[in-house]
Design a protein around this ligand. Structure first.
Ligand SMILES: Cc1cc2nc3c(=O)[nH]c(=O)nc-3n(C[C@H](O)[C@H](O)[C@H](O)COP(=O)(O)OP(=O)(O)OC[C@H]3O[C@@H](n4cnc5c(N)ncnc54)[C@H](O)[C@@H]3O)c2cc1C
Length: 392
């Protein structure tokens, strides 16, 4: 009997796992089941080139359409898995079809959180969400964006680039609160403001309602803003329900070990949905970054093909806003000491985040090579002074 792997979720983690399995010689069947109707695509351009109309969906595919057949990966799009039976080793689709597995990968990612409901609310997670938003990005249109995290900030920047009037509301005191230490968050206050985005921080949104053809955002302190459309970008919710219902351990994501194994036999998880131990940073993290999901999918795919190497990686991500490429590596914390090389004013710098002199994180604009070096120092637990002197 042929060995059979089922992968639920055809995002970057799922596709990377399938690719790694084939590269490492796995000869069994691979079923790659994806709920979205699209051929797998790169998600980061959705809030950038796609909403600005600079790229088409076909230009952001993860693999060429013929790749799946060439690699004998049985990709099925528009197919949603409704349940997992870990005893019978099968998944059930929403139409009742059962697909048996010898091993299963849950790479189900996440969906946009939307705590409010109103006709004028938009969210952006998938390609299918893009046309609705794109239609709003016209000169003179007013757009409110709730949430100045990575995706909200990018949508605001894209909308300004398209000539919209943009109001950006953030609960935290500064934008990008989960990515940047306060001194660098200030930089993004200046950037949004200098680009004409009307940024308000410290805004706790109490409600969003449709009123007289407008969408009205009310803050708990009584302030209101209104526009035809409000984009809600307040984070993502990991798609853990399949795992939870199957009795697999879930805690801020599907809990996996360093090989990607869940609490159920022969069931693995990878990507945004996985709560993973990090051998470099210590502790557990659920990392919502593109490269992390790609590399985690690859690593877990290799394990599913018979490998034994644990996944160890220093997180890294980027964000493009108003023509500036921000890169962040490690896990910056407010308590870290900040050492800046370059010029914050010119937006050309690298900032190292130190804990007792040891590099724990780095943030840069326009310094990709320095960020790559910092990533190695973080992995090696090096002191900054020693690393800059050329120590290895
Ligand atoms: C608009 C946007 C911009 C971004 N920009 C950046 C960036 O600039 N830099 C960066 O580092 N990161 C960025 N990210 C984050 C990055 O895209 C994610 O970390 C990455 O896509 C996660 O990949 P994944 O495969 O784990 O999950 P996902 O991409 O979420 O894919 C999971 C797939 O599983 C499918 N699925 C879920 N449940 C089921 C089911 N029951 N049955 C079948 N299929 C199912 C989903 O439909 C989805 O297609 C961005 C994200 C978004 C939304």
């Amino acid at each position: 009997m042929t060995h059979r792997t089922v992968i639920v979720g055809a995002g970057i983690a799922g596709v990377s796992a399938a690719a790694a399995m084939r590269r490492t010689g796995y000869e069994g069947e691979i079923d790659l089941l994806g709920a979205e109707p699209e051929l797998p695509y790169r998600r980061p351009p959705v809030s950038k080139e796609i909403v600005r109309g600079e790229k088409t969906p076909d230009e952001i595919r993860i693999k060429k359409p013929e790749w799946y057949e060439q690699q004998s990966v049985n990709l099925r799009t528009g197919v949603t898995v409704a349940s997992v039976d870990t005893d019978a080793h099968l998944v059930r689709l929403t139409d009742g079809e059962e697909v048996a597995y010898d091993q299963l990968l849950l790479a189900t990612g996440g969906r946009a959180r939307h705590p409010w409901s109103a006709a004028g609310i938009r969210t952006l997670r998938t390609l299918a969400d893009a046309p609705d938003l794109q239609a709003e990005l016209a000169p003179g249109h007013h757009l409110i964006v709730v949430g100045a995290g990575l995706i909200g900030s990018e949508i605001a920047a894209s909308a300004r680039q398209m000539g919209c009037d943009v109001t950006l509301l953030e609960t935290a005191a500064l934008p990008l609160p989960r990515l940047l230490p306060p001194e660098l968050g200030e930089l993004y206050v200046d950037l949004h403001k200098s680009e004409g985005t009307d940024l308000h921080t410290g805004v706790e949104v109490a409600s969003i309602n449709d009123e007289d053809g407008h969408t009205v955002v009310r803050a708990s302190d009584g302030r209101t803003w209104s526009a035809p459309v409000v984009v809600v970008a307040v984070g993502m919710q990991p798609n853990v329900e399949l795992a939870e219902a199957a009795g697999i351990e879930v805690a801020n994501g599907i809990v996996v070990d360093e090989l990607g194994r869940t609490s159920a036999p022969d069931v693995f998880a990878a990507g945004d949905v996985a709560n993973q131990p990090n051998g470099v940073l210590g502790g557990r993290h659920r990392v919502e970054h593109w490269q992390g999901s790609q590399n985690h999918g690859t690593a877990v795919g290799k394990v599913m093909a018979g490998g034994e190497d644990p996944f160890v990686e220093v997180p890294w991500c980027w964000s493009d806003q108003y023509g500036h490429n921000l890169q962040v590596t490690g896990w910056p914390e407010a308590a870290h000491e900040l050492v800046v090389h370059g010029s914050l004013d010119d937006r050309d710098f690298i900032a190292y985040l130190l804990d007792g002199g040891i590099v724990r994180g780095a943030v840069g604009i326009g310094r990709p090579r320095d960020i790559r070096a910092a990533e190695k120092w973080i992995a090696a637990g090096q002191r900054l002074d020693y690393a800059l002197e050329g120590g290895t």
